[in-house]
Design a protein. Sequence first.
Length: 189
Amino acid sequence: MRDNSVLIICVCIIICTVIIAATAIIVLGDHDENNNTNQNTTLATVTNNNSSSNSGNNSASSSSSSSTQSTSSSSDIGPGYPSSVTFYSDGNPNTGETATLNFGTNAAGKTIKVRMFYYRGSEKLSGSYEFQTVTIGQDGTVKITDNTPMPKYPDTAEIQIDPGDGNRLSSYYDLGTYSGSQTCTPRYA
């Protein structure tokens, strides 16, 4: 009888702990989510058609695009570093990669310069050699598409940011080598 009572108490404590943790995650993680749905984000398309050379013709265009992707932006790293990046590859080696950089809603409306490089091992698969000027959308994100054909899935992405204060910031992201969507947090230099 005593063993059953101890077991029931332990199970109740575990359930209460899980409920409290889930409530904290919902309250802290989704605080801004309802405000961010269906707001505009800026789309910058970076095209580099010469992936085997360090010089190539790069072009960029910015347009406004509707995004229904929700982001958790309760902790902003700041307008310089994205707090997370969602990478997407459709599996077709000829269509490149898309990255949605999440800076948090506190950075909305700020203009920054971005360039990205993708690697597999030590081999550079693509990269924009010129900084592209983009404006962070109202939901705190900006979408960057690199249309360079990549014969392999990248395992590392490097994002360089020029926030406009004279500093150049670099962060690296470890990627799984598969198609689909994956959200990564930065590791710095």
